[in-house]
Ligand binder design. Structure first.
Ligand SMILES: Nc1ncnc2c1ncn2[C@@H]1O[C@H](COP(=O)(O)OP(=O)(O)OP(=O)(O)O)[C@@H](O)[C@H]1O
Ligand SMILES: [Mg+2]
Length: 146
């Protein structure tokens, strides 16, 4: 699968196919890119991130950093995985002092990015996941650097 042109819309019928989309999408990421994930509980944000991490050559298991808020992995480039679920707003995010990673040399993936819209760089990719039924997800990828 080639994920090259945006907007890119995809209908996933299994966790494996959502992971596969993440793997393919990772292939077009560059240092400094930010990926803002949006979608309800259990929609597949972490599943997509697991594929993305695998695509960056990361072999460690990837889980939602719900309590630690941020996890760092090292692959072909650094991956920062942020879970904003427990943040109230942008101020909570800025208080963590991690804002500079968004403009650094790694890839940053943010689950629950809708909680901190004002902190998301304008050239971020947005990945919006909608639950269609128990095994089906609609995934729309938009944005990205121009
Ligand atoms: N097509 C699909 N794509 C992704 N996940 C799916 C799909 N069909 C079923 N699932 C199930 O949906 C769940 C997705 O879980 P995941 O942890 O990735 O969601 P999440 O959006 O990160 O949730 P949270 O908001 O709690 O972090 C898993 O239990 C997975 O098996
Ligand atoms: Mg998650």
């Amino acid at each position: 699968m080639l994920v090259e042109n945006f907007p890119f819309e995809y209908c996933s019928d299994s966790p494996e196919s959502t992971r596969g989309l993440g793997v393919s999408f990772a292939g077009r990421l560059q240092r400094g890119d930010v990926v803002a994930l949006q979608g309800p509980l259990g929609s597949g944000k972490t599943c997509f991130t697991q594929g993305l991490a695998a695509g960056l050559g990361i072999e460690e298991p990837v889980t939602s950093p719900t309590y630690t808020i941020i996890a760092e992995y090292s692959g072909t480039m650094p991956l920062y995985h942020i879970d904003a679920y427990r943040l109230r707003d942008e101020e909570d995010f800025f208080d963590l002092g991690v804002e500079e990673i968004l403009y650094g040399t790694g890839v940053t993936v943010i689950e629950w990015s809708e909680r901190i819209p004002g902190a998301i760089p304008h050239d971020a990719f947005f990945v919006a996941i909608t639950i269609v039924d128990s095994t089906t997800r609609n995934i729309l990828i938009t944005g990205g650097p121009t």
